[in-house]
Design a protein around this ligand. Structure first.
Ligand code: SAM
Length: 239
């Protein structure tokens, strides 16, 4: 039987709790009762959790045996900031597909108002990622980092660093992903709505990133992010 999965807000030895608005969903929507069992993710493992007490903004669990989780390859998405509603859709879908970390990037063609407002948006993006992680039964949500400037992203360290480019000299993404290398960590960079500038693409290549294509049609940024993560996750067998 598939039990619903929650990511614990508090953990201590064989006890865990959901608190605040997170507990509220379980109490009011799912009508949680003492004695009910759920899967509780406690960092890197998942354990069976039996409800021991229920209050409006807190649900306590007694933790039992470990429940098996699935392997997720280390996939980082450096996502240039674009319209929030579509960016949040990409965050939700890439979380379901197994991305490990999402780093919002301020690129040259990122709208300056969005760049400014993005810092305050991170908490909401983390909530979206947590909800998508619970819905897709992940062991833990992806890290959603604070927005950074492109020049910082260029120096990311990973076994494989790929910049998705809709134009210019490129390798097909499926050919650029060498599982033997990518298993040690891969970063995918997706540009803003207006695309990367020529200089930015040159900077990526000078910093050792591989420019890759997702085909001949120009995809919206959120489509490119989802397609790239799905392709890599499948190539790394974590789907
Ligand atoms: N500047 C483009 C235009 O309007 O002609 C569109 C940029 S596209 C909406 C946003 C980002 O998605 C690009 O910077 C790139 O990272 C990615 N992307 C879109 N289509 C792609 C493709 N066919 N191959 C690789 N990346 C793609």
């Amino acid at each position: 039987m598939t039990r619903r999965r929650f990511i614990a807000d508090e953990i201590s030895e064989d006890r865990a709790a959901l608190v605040g608005e997170h507990a509220g969903h379980l109490v009011r929507v799912l009508r949680a009762r003492v004695g009910q069992d759920f899967d509780i993710a406690t960092g890197d493992i998942v354990r069976r959790g039996r409800i021991t007490s229920v209050a409006d903004d807190r649900v306590d669990f007694e933790l039992g045996e470990e429940v098996s989780g699935r392997f997720l390859a280390e996939i980082t998405l450096a996502l240039a900031i674009f319209k929030f509603d579509r960016m949040e859709w990409a965050i939700e879908k890439c979380t379901e597909l197994g991305v490990s970390r999402i780093v919002p990037v301020i690129a040259r063609r990122t709208d300056s108002h969005l760049a400014g407002a993005s810092v305050k948006r991170v908490e909401r993006w983390q909530r979206i990622a947590r909800q998508a992680s619970e819905q897709s039964r992940r062991v833990a949500p992806p890290e959603i980092a604070a927005p950074i400037k492109l020049r910082e992203a260029l120096n990311f360290q990973a076994a494989l660093r790929i910049v998705l480019a809709e134009l210019g000299e490129r390798t097909r993404l499926r050919d650029a992903v060498q599982p033997r290398i990518a298993h040690d960590g891969i970063v995918l960079a997706v540009g803003p709505e207006g695309g990367w500038t020529k200089d930015e693409l040159q900077s990526f290549q000078q910093a050792g990133w591989i420019p890759a294509s997702l085909g001949n049609t120009i995809l919206r940024a959120e489509t490119a992010a989802i397609a790239a993560v799905a392709l890599v996750a499948s190539a790394l067998d974590s789907l």
